[in-house]
Design a protein around this ligand. Structure first.
Ligand SMILES: [Zn+2]
Length: 437
């Protein structure tokens, strides 16, 4: 295989893909499916396009194996978040290749991965690689707005397309350099959103005659109680797996403590230290962010209702109804209404798995000193829809990124190095080769 040519092809295709504006809203993902289906059909690969709404579509293609193992899905989403070109040094939809980088909205989230998966898919087909399992190439719409026109639509309306799969590879996990060592994290689970709306009601009136139990005052008292409330620390199996996985990367005194995290968190000093790391803190408890507030729209009117919205994230396995009950106890005011406006569960995929083994072996070919660690994502991707079908889903992108790259995700001047884009498809190909051979 000519890896250099494949790498160059990946860079070229990414540059073209980034020129397609799939900003969501509105999405216009049919532009992406048109582009991708043209490439697949030129290679003689059949694909299907599933339209979920006007202008919104999902693409599906499958390479057949001998059926001795269950399929693997290569998943990506084709939509991107908006980009304000006023703050960019290049056109966010120009597909610019400059200074060793490919620039554009989606260069890291996640047209990069979509192209790496596409190129791997093409290479498997060109080489007539003897697959022991089918490889499914799936590109969905609407991930950035929750997936109802994309992954949700596919898993609810056409689950048979993927339901026989054993594994799925998706965005988010990635390689990073930590003290000169390459550390690849693989997302094995995600926290679950539990978005809650609080509504306080009270007698309306004129602002010149205050009412101590007005809707706004009631709401503020409730929010104050919520702010003072700290959800308890809970070590889930996924978190224990994570801390154990990164234990040997810690300084001396901490290694043993990370290995036995369940015991260690009982030590207040250690726990306080651990919780100073925001990522670790999110992995150990349910979290609450008060994000939206609405009172009167006139300064001299006491409104009849006041609302707040809370972005709460629950640990895997937590029951939202238990969490809401706890929150009601904290607020202790039955005139505050609480409505859950978004919630879904997220199970965990095993870290002890063929796919993880394949990643571990492949990355060690590329770095003398490398680690593969499990991770719990504090946000969420489309993976939960597929975990609900019983598929083991992993967030793993074959790219080695630095903090300066990562802060550009959903930000300005998003870019990926040409080096990553050339090497990534080869790494992913080798993982698939191990998994499907
Ligand atoms: Zn994404």
């Amino acid at each position: 295989m000519d890896w250099n040519a494949l790498g160059r092809e990946a860079v070229q295709l990414l540059s073209e893909y980034l020129r397609i504006d799939t900003t969501n809203p509105p999405g216009n993902e049919d532009r992406a499916t048109t582009f991708l289906s043209r490439i697949l059909s030129e290679e003689g690969i059949d694909c299907q396009v599933y339209e979920s709404a006007p202008g919104r579509s999902n693409l599906y293609a499958r390479l057949e194996g001998d059926g001795s193992k269950r399929p693997v899905v290569l998943l990506s989403h084709s939509d991107v978040v908006p980009a304000d070109s006023a703050y960019w040094t290049v056109d966010p939809f120009g597909g610019v290749v400059r200074d060793g980088y490919v620039w554009g909205r989606g260069a890291l989230d996640m047209k990069n991965m979509g192209i790496a998966e596409l190129v791997v898919f093409l290479a498997l087909h060109r080489n007539r690689f003897p697959l022991k399992r089918d490889v499914i190439f799936l590109v969905t719409a609407d991930e950035e707005a929750g997936g109802s026109a994309g992954a949700r639509w596919i898993t609810h309306n056409r689950p048979e397309l993927v339901s026989d799969a054993e594994f799925l590879i998706n965005e988010s996990g990635k390689g990073r350099l930590e003290n000169g060592k390459a550390v690849y994290s693989i997302d094995i689970t995600e926290k679950s959103p539990c978005w809650i709306r609080l509504v306080a009601r009270g007698e309306p009136g004129h602002g010149s005659r205050p009412k101590p139990h007005s809707a706004v005052n009631r709401l503020i008292r409730a929010l104050n109680a919520i702010m003072k409330f700290t959800p308890p620390v809970k070590v889930t199996d996924a978190a224990a797996c994570y801390f154990e996985g990164i234990a040997h990367l810690q300084k001396d005194g901490y290694r043993k403590r990370f290995e036995r995290i369940r015991e260690s968190v009982r030590d207040r000093g250690f726990l306080a230290d651990l919780l100073r790391n925001q990522h670790h803190a999110a992995m150990l408890r349910n979290t609450i962010s008060i994000t939206m507030l609405q009172g009167s729209d006139k300064i001299n009117i006491i409104p009849q209702a006041a609302t707040a919205e809370l972005d709460c994230r629950l640990l895997p396995g937590e029951r939202p109804e238990d969490f809401v009950r706890e929150l009601k106890r904290v607020v202790d005011d039955d005139r505050i209404e609480m409505e859950t406006i978004l919630n879904f569960g997220n199970s965990s995929s095993p870290f002890d798995s063929l796919l993880v083994d394949a990643v571990r072996e492949v990355v060690s070919r590329y770095h003398a000193d490398v680690e593969v660690v499990p991770n719990m994502l504090s946000g969420f991707t489309d993976s939960h829809y597929f975990r609900d079908l019983g598929i083991h889903c992993y967030g793993f992108m074959p790219f080695l990124l630095v903090d300066d790259d990562l802060r550009r995700i959903h930000g300005n001047d998003e870019r990926i190095s040409v080096e990553n884009m050339e090497r990534g498809p080869r790494m992913l190909y080798e993982v698939i080769e191990k998994l499907c051979g």
